[in-house]
Design a protein around this ligand. Sequence first.
Ligand code: FPP
Length: 246
Amino acid sequence: MPDGRDKRKPQTRAGPRHVAIIMDGNGRWAQARGRPRLFGHHAGARRVREIVTACPDLGVKYLTIFAFSTENWRRTQTEVAGLMNLFRRYIVKEMQEFVKNDVRVRFIGDRVRLDAKLRALMDETEAVTAHCSGTNLTVAVNYGGRDEVARATRRLAQDVAAGRLKPENVDEETLPRYLDTCVLPDPDLVIRTSGEARISNFLLWQSAYAEYEFIDTLWPDFTSEIFTDLIQGYGTRERRYGAVPA
Ligand code: FPP
C-alpha cells in the first residue's frame, strides 16, 4: 500500500471539522432538581466552557452553539430577561479567557432585537478575539434558519435591484455568501441533547449534508467525555453526499 494503510481494516476518516450543537434540556434539568429554569441555564453555561476547551484536542476547529432562537422570545419575560442577563455576564466573564485560549468568537442571528448593551458586548468580543486562530466559536443568538435565509434573500434582492448581481448568476454558491455564516464551513456534525429529534430551525441551509446525533443527555450533563465519544463515533461513519460508495 503506497500510503502504508491496510485496506482490509475498517478505514476511519478524519473527525468533524465543524460541530454544531443544539443545547437542549436546561429547563428539565433544573425542574428535576426543584429549581427554577434559570438555574439550568446557568449550569448549561458552565458546560459551554468545558466543551469549547475540549475542541483543540479533538480536532474540532469550528464549534457553533444555539444559545437563543427567534422562537425563544415566546418564553416568560422572567426567563428571557434572565437569559439575556446571563449572556451579558457570560461574555464579560469569558472575554479574556477566549483570548487566552486563542478562541475566535462570532455571533450569528438578528441583533436588531437585542438590547444595546448586549450588542455592544458582542461587537467587542468579536473585535477583541478577531486575531485568534485556534477554535472558532460561533454563538447563535436570536437566530432562526428561516429568518437567516429571509434576511440573506433580502440583501441578495437589493443587490439585484441595484444592478450588482444578475438574476441568471444566482446559483447554490450565491445565497451562502449572504448568510450570517458566510465565513464558516458547513457543519459536519450536528448534535442535539435532551432526547428531542428535531432541528428546530437551526442552520437549515448549512446542514444539508451534516450527520446528526440526537442524544438523551440533558445539556447541563453533557460532559467533554460524552462529546469525545460522539466525535470519535463520527470518524467511523461514511459520508456519501448522495453518491454510491466506491
Ligand atoms: C434549551 O433548553 C436551552 C436554551 C434555550 C438556552 C441555551 C443557553 C445556554 C446553554 C446557556 C448559556 C449559553 C451561553 C452561550 C452562555 P430548554 O430551556 O429548552 O430546556 P427544556 O427543553 O428542558 O425546557
